[in-house]
Ligand binder design. Structure first.
Ligand code: SF4
Ligand code: SF4
Length: 441
């Protein structure tokens, strides 16, 4: 096989979820386990499930390629027990040499990488360290599927799978060209967004509210959810940080419930959201060492939506601190040899998926399984962002007026951590700047 690391870089493979970490950087020596995160713990999303149902062969090819390249003896495909059963897989079933199904419980946030690694392997990754320090490499389902396509067909990543669901008649899983306007995706799928609703890019807990006039589908997008503005999941996203800081400084009773239920705290991490909330009271309480622990937060939102009885969002405060830390290039980094011991209460305090859906107000919108739409959506134009990943933006190599073919390279990787981009559709380039390339079909 050609050098897999180079292949992944040349074909623009990034994490198809989260912040879009370039996948080639994860292929390091020293892992004994490849862990595929097919858990998809965010309610209403079934993109990983559908890929497992429709594209398991390509997923296994991707897993075997990574295992052979990095000398990894064991591959675990981690999936919620009830979904694996629906797909006809048993716990521990061997799908290919060294590739096993791994059941995980239907609790939230089981898809959090650090929680999943502990559940699947019994190892706790120290805060600020990469999973490879505990012998694990993690990819999500769509990422390993994309790797499978790269090794078989040298096919660059120009499409993404996503679930369309929420307060809609039906739920779909569709393949969408990267850069397609979200409004156009919904129009083609005949999904209406009433004035009383918003569209969430991602899951109801961690996703963000979409601006339908401007926002486009990016590589890490896994879902578009149409949800009423009145439910807790959306209200949490619409609250202003000023209101939240005011509430935090005035009504927090320091009950500690946000810390008691924090899944990262339960893993033994020194993250204590109640202290973050207390730090808003005065500058004297904002200890820099405490603020640095904000980088351990996975953004699950349990502290806000479930734990707090005073309608405070510790997560929003932590997010503010994270932003300040990122600007100053600061984060909490534990020594790789340091050991962290999960709380004996952890299992009992994990939140069942059913309860989490109820608390968010989305239970009645859950439709499982979604309708799989085989053919890809046809975009009239695409707005390809040069930065859809962690690292330096790609650099355009096309000019206005150029005709490009689907899958042709349109932007090259910059120096350092970066990846190239490719045309998601054939057409004419109508706009280019350092941030975006527009192609009309
Ligand atoms: S749960 Fe709410 S009231 Fe209790 S400590 Fe946390 S922020 Fe304060
Ligand atoms: S969002 Fe809250 S509960 Fe979740 S990891 Fe962060 S601090 Fe903990």
């Amino acid at each position: 096989m050609a050098d897999l690391k180079q292949l992944l870089k040349d074909n623009g493979v990034v994490g198809a979820g989260g912040a879009g970490f370039p996948s080639y950087c994860k292929l390091a020596e020293g892992a004994d386990t490849l862990l595929i995160n097919a858990v998809e713990c965010e309610p209403l999303l079934y993109t990983s499930y559908t890929l497992m149902q429709e594209r398991i062969r390509d997923i296994i090819i991707g897993m075997r390629a990574v295992m052979e390249y990095a000398n990894i003896p064991r591959g675990l495909l981690a999936v919620k027990d009830y979904r694996a059963q629906k797909l006809g897989y048993s716990d521990g079933q061997e799908l290919a040499p060294g590739v096993f199904i791994k059941y995980v419980p239907n609790v939230y946030p089981m898809g959090d990488e650090i929680n999943l690694i502990y559940t699947a392997t019994g190892r706790v990754v120290p805060p600020g360290q990469l999973p490879i320090t505990r012998g694990v490499i993690v990819f999500n389902t769509e990422t390993i599927y994309n790797i499978g396509l790269v090794v078989q067909f040298n096919q660059p990543v120009t499409k993404t799978y996503l679930t369309i669901s929420g307060d809609t008649d039906k739920a779909y899983c569709v393949k969408v060209p990267v850069g397609m306007k979200i409004a156009e995706v919904l129009k083609i799928m005949n999904v209406e967004v009433p004035d009383t609703h918003v569209v969430i890019d991602g899951g109801p807990s961690m996703g963000t509210v979409v601006n339908l006039s401007t926002d486009v589908v990016k590589k890490p997008c896994s879902g578009l959810l149409i949800l009423p503005k009145t439910i807790p999941a959306v209200q949490n996203k619409l609250r202003t940080k000023e209101d939240n800081f005011r509430r935090a400084a005035s009504v927090c009773c320091q009950c500690n419930r946000c810390t008691d239920l924090c899944p990262r705290h339960l893993l033994g991490y020194p993250l204590e959201p109640h202290k973050m909330v207390r730090s808003t009271l005065s500058a004297a309480m904002a200890d820099p060492e405490l603020i640095k622990t904000a980088t351990m937060c996975c953004g699950c939102d349990i502290c806000s939506t479930l734990a707090c009885c005073q309608d405070i969002s510790p997560m929003q405060i932590i997010k503010e601190y994270k932003g300040i830390l990122a600007k100053n290039r600061m984060k909490y980094v534990a020594d790789p040899s340091e050991q962290f011991t999960p709380s004996p209460e952890r299992e009992a305090r994990m939140v069942s998926a059913g309860k989490w859906k109820e608390v968010l107000g989305v239970a009645k919108y859950d439709k499982f399984p979604p309708i799989y739409v085989e053919e890809k959506l046809k975009a009239s134009e695409v707005f390809v962002p040069m930065s859809q990943h962690i690292g330096a933006p790609a650099v355009p190599i096309v000019a206005v007026g150029d005709h490009v073919e689907e899958n042709q390279m349109i932007a090259k990787a910059d120096e350092g951590l970066s990846i190239p981009h490719f045309a998601p559709i054939s057409g004419r380039v109508t706009y280019v700047d350092a941030k975006t390339i527009v192609i009309h079909a």
